[in-house]
Design a protein around this ligand. Structure first.
Ligand code: PLP
Length: 506
């Protein structure tokens, strides 16, 4: 494609995107296709000869778009939102136009510098302590692609830190004169390391431990504690494992769990971990962390403990934080913990600035070498919305969520909120008067869920299972285009289906 063809194709693509957004409301939220649908309409091999752009662009509209679930739809209430903005789309277009892997400062200084600046902006917007700013002496931050990558990256840093501590304390005896001895020592010490979370921690914890060959312990949490980790339960688990000769090395505490928006009690965790100074505390606030931008939500997020105590904190700006997928900032109290664990510098990666330590090379704080120019979309979005617009977006989601809760309270159908709503998430189930048997309720709600999926393509919700409660349904608000009328429409559909399921059950 030459420049002039690109100019025309680009204008046409923007037109198509605008039309897509204008018609979004009338589209089914979920892709209406069956597995394997695309193979039927796409050749088995790449074309031998290049094709006309118009044909390719038409195929995107006719073949690909029907297989896309519309996460930007105002009636998308599933999982957690995955916000995007036109500002973010334009940023990604520009980032693609200068496509480069930004691993060292010198390979594109703006890529590194804008990332560090926008991360200090967001740290300030969230009220994080200066300890986490890159401009601080020790702290730092980096944008990774996902909370999962964050968990693995942090776990590598925490593992290396605890191994260094164990070596210093000589907790595991070694003769480090031979390579085999070092490997044996590492293997032996690593096999004792335990990562902690709760039964409600996102699977990123289990996965990080699995990838790194570490143990993960999921501590039980209870409904009476709103499914948040309590200090006593943590202390008991740490003590039990220490008595077995294991070494607690990392805790993933969550602010805003996926199933119910639960918050682990960071105040109690802080107290307990005074006795475990080597335990790395990582806060996963993938969904709810953006609420730190709201002064009225900061105590719910235990900002004071985050600022005083935790080693690392991360939120996904690409969920409820307006920034186009993907964008997971990670803030660490000691950036050297990352770089000590992740720096490998062969000759071909050396630079004048790196050697002189006059610039940060972000490859040393992440798993991969190359990295996307993600900060541009943070910069465009925050400048265009302003911090005020960012706060307005979040408050709008919280208010619409309250509207949904008020609608449930009208009891047009016997829906029950099963755990106090948090952030913009409500977890509910169908609970007709007189039905007390948990098995019966479970069966009924599974049927309700099946019907919600099959009877209406106008809304999309997701299901979960909560301890002590069982099968229930999650309703999340957070798409920027959602309005009160969409919440009312969703409630109408939910009620109609609930009443039909009850009628069929009689
Ligand atoms: N943590 C929480 C609390 C989440 O809700 C999610 C995803 O919904 C994740 C982590 C995983 O996020 P990612 O897809 O960025 O790995």
């Amino acid at each position: 494609m030459d420049v002039e063809t690109f100019r025309k194709a680009g204008y046409a693509a923007i037109d198509a995107i605008c039309d897509y957004y204008k018609s979004m409301d009338s589209l089914p939220v979920m892709a209406q296709v069956e597995p394997g649908f695309l193979r039927k309409s796409i050749p088995e091999e790449a074309p031998e000869k290049g094709e006309e752009w118009n044909v390719i662009a038409k195929d995107y509209q006719e073949k690909i778009l029907p297989g896309i679930t519309h996460w930007q739809h105002p009636n998308f209430h599933a999982y957690f939102p995955s916000n995007t903005t036109f500002e973010g789309m334009l940023a990604d277009l520009h980032a693609s136009s200068v496509s480069n892997p930004g691993f060292n400062w010198s390979v594109s200084p703006s890529v590194t510098e804008l990332e560090l600046i926008t991360l200090d902006w967001t740290a300030k917007m969230f009220g994080l302590s200066q300890d986490f700013y890159t401009t601080s002496e020790r702290g730092g931050s980096i944008i990774l692609n996902s909370a999962s990558e964050v968990a693995i990256t942090v776990a590598v840093a925490a593992r290396e830190k605890i191994l260094a501590t164990m070596e210093n304390k000589n907790e595991v005896s070694i003769k480090q004169t031979q390579i085999e001895d070092v490997a044996y020592w590492r293997g032996n010490a690593t096999s004792k390391l335990v990562m902690y979370g709760t039964t409600q921690t996102h699977s990123i914890g289990v996965k990080a431990a699995m990838v790194l060959g570490l143990q993960f312990r999921a501590i039980e949490v209870e409904g009476k504690d709103r499914f948040g980790l309590r200090g006593d339960a943590l202390r008991k688990a740490l003590k039990e494992d220490q008595e077995k000769g294991l070494v607690p090395f990392m805790l993933i505490a969550t602010i805003g769990t996926t199933s119910s928006g639960a918050v682990d009690r960071l105040d109690e965790i802080e107290e307990v971990t005074k006795d475990y100074p080597d335990l790395w505390i990582h806060v996963d606030a993938a969904y709810a962390g953006v609420c730190l931008a709201l002064p009225e939500m900061r105590s719910t997020c235990y900002l004071d403990v985050i600022n005083r105590k935790v080693d690392s904190f991360s939120t996904n700006l690409h969920k409820w934080g307006l920034v186009t997928f993907d964008c997971s900032p990670l803030y660490v109290r000691q950036r050297a913990d990352l770089s000590n664990a992740l720096t490998v510098t062969p000759q071909y990666l050396r630079t004048k600035q790196g050697d002189a330590n006059s610039a940060l090379d972000l490859r040393n704080m992440q798993l991969s070498l190359g990295r996307r120019f993600r900060s541009l979309k943070v910069w465009f979005t925050l400048r265009s919305y302003g911090q005020e617009g960012f706060r307005r977006h979040l408050r709008n989601g919280i208010e619409l969520s309250q509207t949904f809760n008020e609608l449930i309270a009208t009891q047009r159908a016997p829906l029950k909120i099963v755990t106090p709503p948090q952030w913009s998430l409500t977890v509910f189930r169908l609970e007709p008067a007189g039905m007390k048997d948990e098995k019966e309720l479970d069966t009924l709600n599974r049927r309700f869920w099946d019907e919600l999926q099959t009877r209406s393509d106008a809304i999309l919700l997701t299901q979960t299972i909560l301890p002590e409660i069982g099968f229930c349904i999650r309703f999340v608000v957070g798409t920027p285009s959602s309005k009160e009328s969409h919440i009312e429409k969703a409630y109408d559909i939910i009620c109609q289906i609930a009443l039909k399921v009850l009628q069929d059950a009689q």
